[in-house]
Design a binder for this molecule. Sequence first.
Ligand code: BMA
Length: 258
Amino acid sequence: MYEDLNNKVVLVTGGSKGIGKSIVSRFLKEKSIVYSVSRHAPEIREDNVNYMFGDVSNSEDAKNIIKKIVDENGKIDILINNAGIEEYASLENTELNMWERTININLNGAYLMSKYALKYMVENNYGNIINMSSVQSNIITKNAAAYVTSKHAIIGLTKSIALDYAPIIRCNAVCPATIDTPLVRRAAVLEVGNDENKINNKIKEWGDNHPMKRVGKPEEVANAVAFLASEESSFITGISLFVDGGLSIKAPISTPEK
Ligand code: BMA
């Protein structure tokens, strides 16, 4: 627990499910003032969370979401750009609307929310932005070009905010590998169908590819986010923090035993 997160005004985008839902819970435990925005109803409604409906990739929505939080609290301290989608297709089969949907939510959403939040953060002389990237900003899977592109671009956005707004505002990226979330379960369904056993086997197979021999839990990503949001990371800005069970350090090449 990080005492300095008490009473901080925090917005989590994509807070209705998956990693976002865990980040919302974590900031509640930290006694922060928590806002969650999503295009979907929250999977669970926690007491003391301010749930908002909105589309981060819509400029008007983004502006209004930030404005409402600042109207209610006089400031916004911490922005977690977590909202994201992943769809699967070869590049030829990635139609323009699919490409735009992914880039709009994963990248433009983070840009718009940051753009509007930064004004108030600068005024208040304090701010911390954390962007959800992916291990796929480094090593990548097939048939996910729009997603992979968006997650690489998020690293550029993170570094740009970190450099342009230091020393007042910090900005870092978090790069998860396979985490047990609706997004990953949907990917499993697309591969093996709806059979629960087959889905769990697929997730276990993915887990076995990680040196830690399992997929990650949403709370483990939320732990990294809380650290970067807290003053415990006060000299860290512009980095990518990999929460990947070692996946990105592993070359898929065997070596002689002795
Ligand atoms: C994430 C998502 C997951 C995937 C993981 C590791 O960003 O794409 O579906 O399992 O990367 O490649």
